[in-house]
Write a protein that binds this ligand. Structure first.
Ligand SMILES: [Ca+2]
Length: 374
């Protein structure tokens, strides 16, 4: 065995990992020496091994090296550490983003630092720009009814999709710039939650790829792997943005929408009796229990039952941080979103986290308890 082989084997044993305050900090000496060695030596196969080993994100903050790969991100998600989040939502497009925002605001494991407006185009908007502007206004309404006005920043997002840009270029906008700014200034990982089309989030990553080292994206988009068609509303509105997000290498948690056998947020519909689980007489409790559900004329029923229900799937995104034990979070190679709009699989791709079977009762109970805190 030559010297370089011995170095490659010994170096990992020098990793020192410890906790400091609320941050998880990894003083990873091998990363530093590994990079140094690969700069000055020609290792051949050994060099490739060393480079691969040290290719995980390394973040230098305030003289510290903060290291978090996808496995450590999952560990962080499952911890009780209070996480900073930016929630990007197409708030006015339906009535479920409002529940997601309130859930996050009332959750003691989540610190909402910013709310950003995602574009959308459906029957409630005339264009992506109009949808974004209406979402922006709706965020302020939610902050008002939850008595949280002024507690976090609110920003407008993109006025168009990446799919409609020449060369699928990013759409520069205040929300993306805010995500970049917060990622660069923070000394801890920022969780960027997306409950609409991912244009703002993907644009931020394209505008400054270095933020991949200090954010984790939790996106409610695509469908479960047991459904053939990957298309759902959030993805369909900006398919290229979704493709680019899954190709970007950013630490990513996918919360699928449609799925069979308990997979997917489709199982998070809330029936009238479920919403009675919001206990309390605060403005927020009354609004989410008795007002918002009836702002929509089309009352949904299913399966021949008489009881109405509401689609509040977007609560699946904050639930990842609030009740990770209520969903089967697993690490898989990032699927490829093909032109045929099905998933393709390549085991050599970077890894992401995907939410599997959801414990519906647990997620709903947690959502309503957190809203009850407001
Ligand atoms: Ca939404």
């Amino acid at each position: 065995m030559d010297k370089t082989s011995i170095i490659a084997i010994i170096i990992p044993f020098f990793t020192i990992k410890y906790k400091c305050f609320d941050d998880i900090i990894f003083l990873n000496f091998p990363c530093f020496f590994g990079m140094l060695l690969t700069d000055v030596c020609e290792f051949g196969i050994i060099k490739e091994t060393v480079v691969f080993y040290y290719a995980a994100p390394i973040i230098f903050k305030k003289g510290r090296m903060l290291f978090m790969n996808i496995y450590e991100v999952l560990e962080d998600i499952k911890s009780d550490r209070k996480k900073k989040i930016i929630l990007d939502s197409d708030t006015y497009n339906e009535m479920d983003d409002q529940y997601a925002i309130a859930y996050a605001l009332g959750c003691d494991k989540i610190d909402v630092i910013g709310l950003t407006a995602a574009p959308f185009k459906n029957g409630r908007s005339t264009s992506f720009a109009d949808g974004m502007e209406k979402s922006y206004g709706e965020i302020f309404r939610v902050l008002d009814v939850t008595n949280k006005t002024g507690t976090c920043e609110v920003l407008r997002g993109a006025d168009d999709s990446i799919s409609r840009q020449p060369g699928f270029a990013p759409v520069d906008n205040p929300a993306s710039r805010y995500i970049i700014k917060m990622a660069k200034e923070s000394d801890e990982i920022i969780y960027v939650l997306g409950t609409g089309m991912c244009t703002n989030i993907t644009s931020a990553i394209l505008l400054d790829p270095s933020i991949k080292e200090n954010i984790c994206v939790i996106w409610l988009g695509t469908n479960a792997r047991n459904v053939r068609d990957v298309g759902e509303f959030n993805l369909n509105q900006d398919y290229r943005a979704g493709q680019l997000l899954l190709n970007s290498g950013v630490p990513l948690v996918i919360v699928p929408c449609y799925g069979e056998d308990g997979h997917g947020t489709v199982h998070l519909n809330a029936y009238g009796h479920d919403l009675q689980g919001i206990k309390g007489d605060s403005r927020a409790c009354v609004f989410f229990r008795e007002t918002l559900p009836f702002e929509f004329e089309e009352e949904s029923t299913e399966g021949g039952t008489e009881e109405w229900f509401r689609v509040i799937w977007d609560i699946g995104a904050p639930a990842v941080l609030s009740v990770p034990e209520a969903m089967d979070l697993s690490i898989i190679p990032a699927p490829v979103l093909t032109e045929e709009r099905v998933f393709a699989y390549d085991d050599t791709r970077h890894k992401i986290i995907v939410a599997g079977v959801l414990d519906r009762a647990k997620v709903l109970a947690d959502t309503f308890a957190c809203i009850g805190n407001l």
